[in-house]
Design a protein around this ligand. Structure first.
Ligand code: UD1
Ligand code: CA
Length: 489
C-alpha cells in the first residue's frame, strides 16, 4: 500500500518584478500558467492531498487553481510572513493535518519542474528514512538562495538564508532549490517551533533543518543535476528565457518521438500538444493549446494552430487556425484562416485566401480560392467557385447555407443565407443566390449583359484607354459580340 503523500504548493508571494496586473504564477509559457506546470508535475505523483497557499491576488489565483485541480485545498495566507508561516497555514487548512507519510513542498513559479524529478526525489526521501530531505543544486551563482551547510563529515547541518549567512557561508555553491520533503510527523511537530528571529523577520521553513539536526534526526540532500527545473521566473526576461528553454525541451522530446522539425528555433509547441510519428513541422510554426496532429501530416511553414485537430497525411500551409478539425489527406492554405467550428472532411480543400467559420466541408469538398465560408454545410465532393461569399449575416441574425453533394458553384457567387443549394446543382458565374436551388438545377441571376459601343471614345477621349480601344477597333477585333470571348474560369 502506498503511503500518504501531501503536497503543499506555495503561491502567496507578490511577484512585483513582473510589473503586471496578472499574478506572477498565472503568467504563461508553453500554453500553461507557471502554476499549471507545477500542478501537472505534482499530479504525476498521484498525491493523497494537494494544498495550494494563496495570498497576493488570490481572487485570481484561487479560481485558476480550482479549475486546474478541483480537489486542491486552498489555504489563504493573508500576509506573507515567510515560507514557514505559509506551510503552517497550509497544514491548518487541512481537516486532519497529516501525521504520517510524506509532506512535499513545492513553489508555484517553477514551470520547468518535471514530474519524474519529484517522483525520484520523493523515492529517495523515503529510502533515506529522513526527517527532512532537500532537493539541492550546485549552481555557479548561489546569490539569493539558502545555502546548504554541511559539517566536516559532509552531514547537512542547516540551511542558512542569504541575508543571514556569514561571508564564508556565502561562498557555498550548494543551494536549497526550495523543494523539500518532510516526514509528516516531524513537520507537524517542528512547524510550530519555527521562529522569526532572523535578518528578514520571517518564519523560515528552512529552519526545520536545524531543528531536525538538534533532535539528531536524519537530513538528506539530493542534488538535482538539471538546475533549471527548480528555477523560478521573477520578471519577464526570466519568463521568456524559461519559455524558450521549455519549448526547446518540448521540441526535442517530439523529435525523439519521431517528429521531423526542420527548424527547432522557430517552432513553438505547447506542453499539451500531441503529435504522431512522422509528422513534419516546417519553420515558423506554432502548435498551441490542445492541438493534435496525426501521422504523416505536414504543417507549415508559417502556421499557427490553436486547439486544432489535423488528420493523417493532411497538408496545412501558411495558415492561422483555431478550434478547427482537418480531415485525413486534406489540403489547407496557403493563406487560410480557419475560425472556430471549421470541419474539413478527408481529402477536402480549403485553399488560398479562404476564411471559414462554423462550417462543415464534407469529404472531398473543395473551397479552393478567395472565399468566405461562414455558417455553412458543404456536401461531399462539392466544389465552390473562386471568390464566393457565404453571406451569413443579415445585420441582425446569422443564418446557415447548405450546399448539396457534388454541387458545382460558379465563380464570384454570393449565397444569401438562409439558402439551400441542392445536391448536384450548379450556379453560373456571378450568381447571387437568394432562393433555394433544386437538386440538379442551374441557377443564374442578374440581367443579360448590355454593351454600349463607343462609350469610351465618347466619354474618355484622349486617354490611353481610348487610344487602346481605338487601335483594337481599327484592327477589326474586340467588338465584343462573340460570346466565346467571354471567358469564365
Ligand atoms: C526560499 C528559501 C531558500 C531557497 C529559495 C529557492 C526559505 C526561508 N528560503 O527563499 O532557502 O534557496 O526559496 O528559491 O524558505 N511564499 C509564500 N508565502 C510566504 C513566503 C513565500 O507563499 O509568506 C512563497 C512565494 O510565493 C514563493 C516561495 O514561497 O513561491 C518562496 O518564497 P521567496 O520569498 O521567494 O523565498 P526566497 O527568499 O527566495
Ligand atoms: Ca525566490
Amino acid at each position: 500500500m502506498s503511503e500518504q503523500l501531501t503536497v503543499i504548493v506555495l503561491a502567496a508571494g507578490g511577484g512585483t518584478r513582473m510589473k503586471s496586473k496578472t499574478p506572477k504564477v498565472l503568467h504563461r509559457i508553453g500554453g500553461r500558467s507557471m502554476i499549471g506546470h507545477v500542478l501537472a508535475a505534482v499530479g504525476t505523483l498521484e498525491p493523497t492531498r494537494v494544498v495550494t497557499v494563496v495570498g497576493h491576488q488570490r481572487e485570481l489565483v484561487a479560481p485558476h487553481v480550482s479549475e486546474l485541480l478541483p480537489e486542491a485545498v486552498l489555504a489563504v495566507q493573508e500576509d506573507q510572513l515567510g515560507t514557514g508561516h505559509a506551510v503552517r497555514i497550509a497544514l491548518e487548512a487541512l481537516e486532519g493535518p497529516p501525521t504520517a507519510g510524506t509532506v512535499l513542498i513545492a513553489y508555484g513559479d517553477t514551470p520547468l519542474l518535471a514530474g519524474e524529478t519529484l517522483r525520484a526525489f520523493a523515492a529517495s526521501h523515503r529510502a533515506a528514512d529522513a526527517a527532512v530531505s532537500i532537493l539541492s543544486g550546485i549552481v555557479a551563482n548561489p546569490h539569493g538562495y539558502g545555502r546548504i551547510v554541511r559539517d566536516e563529515a559532509g552531514i547537512v547541518q542547516a540551511i542558512v538564508e542569504e541575508k543571514d549567512a556569514s561571508p564564508e557561508q556565502r561562498t557555498i555553491r550548494e543551494i536549497n532549490s526550495g523543494i523539500l520533503a518532510f516526514d509528516a510527523a516531524f513537520l507537524a511537530d517542528a512547524i510550530g517551533r519555527i521562529g522569526n528571529d532572523n535578518a528578514k523577520g520571517e518564519y523560515y521553513l528552512t529552519d526545520a533543518i536545524g531543528l531536525a539536526r538538534t533532535a539528531d534526526l536524519t537530513v538528506a540532500a539530493h542534488a538535482v543535476d538539471d538546475a533549471l527545473q527548480t528555477e523560478g521566473a521573477n520578471d519577464r526576461v526570466q519568463l521568456a528565457e524559461l519559455g524558450r528553454e521549455l519549448n526547446r525541451r518540448t521540441v526535442t522530446r517530439w523529435m525523439s518521438e519521431g517528429v521531423t522539425v526542420m527548424d527547432p528555433a522557430t517552432t513553438w509547441i505547447d506542453a499539451d500538444v500531441v503529435l504522431a510519428q512522422d509528422v513534419t513541422i516546417l519553420p515558423g510554426t506554432q502548435l498551441l493549446g490542445a492541438t493534435v496532429v496525426a501521422e504523416d501530416a505536414v504543417v507549415g511553414p508559417d502556421t499557427t494552430l490553436e486547439d486544432c485537430e489535423i488528420g493523417a497525411g493532411a497538408r496545412v500551409v501558411r495558415t492561422h487556425g483555431q478550434l478547427a478539425v482537418i480531415g485525413a489527406g486534406a489540403n489547407v492554405g496557403p493563406f487560410a484562416y480557419l475560425r472556430p467550428g471549421t470541419l474539413l472532411g478527408a481529402g477536402g480543400k480549403i485553399g488560398t485566401f479562404v476564411e471559414t467559420k462554423n462550417a462543415t466541408i464534407a469529404d472531398g469538398a473543395k473551397v479552393p480560392h478567395l472565399s468566405y465560408v461562414g455558417d455553412a454545410e458543404i456536401g461531399e465532393g462539392a466544389n465552390i467557385g473562386a471568390g464566393t461569399i457565404f453571406a451569413n449575416y443579415d445585420g441582425v441574425n446569422k443564418h446557415r447555407t447548405r450546399v448539396g453533394r457534388h454541387a458545382k458553384t460558379g465563380s464570384n457567387n454570393t449565397f444569401v443565407a438562409p439558402v439551400d443549394i441542392g445536391d448536384g446543382a450548379s450556379t453560373g458565374g456571378g450568381t447571387v443566390v437568394r432562393r433555394d436551388v433544386p437538386a440538379g438545377a442551374l441557377a443564374v441571376s442578374g440581367g443579360p449583359q448590355r454593351n454600349l459601343p463607343g462609350w469610351v471614345s465618347n466619354r474618355r477621349a484622349g486617354t490611353a484607354q481610348a487610344d487602346a480601344a481605338g487601335e483594337q477597333s481599327e484592327n477589326g477585333r474586340g467588338l465584343g459580340t462573340d460570346p466565346s470571348e467571354q471567358a469564365e474560369s
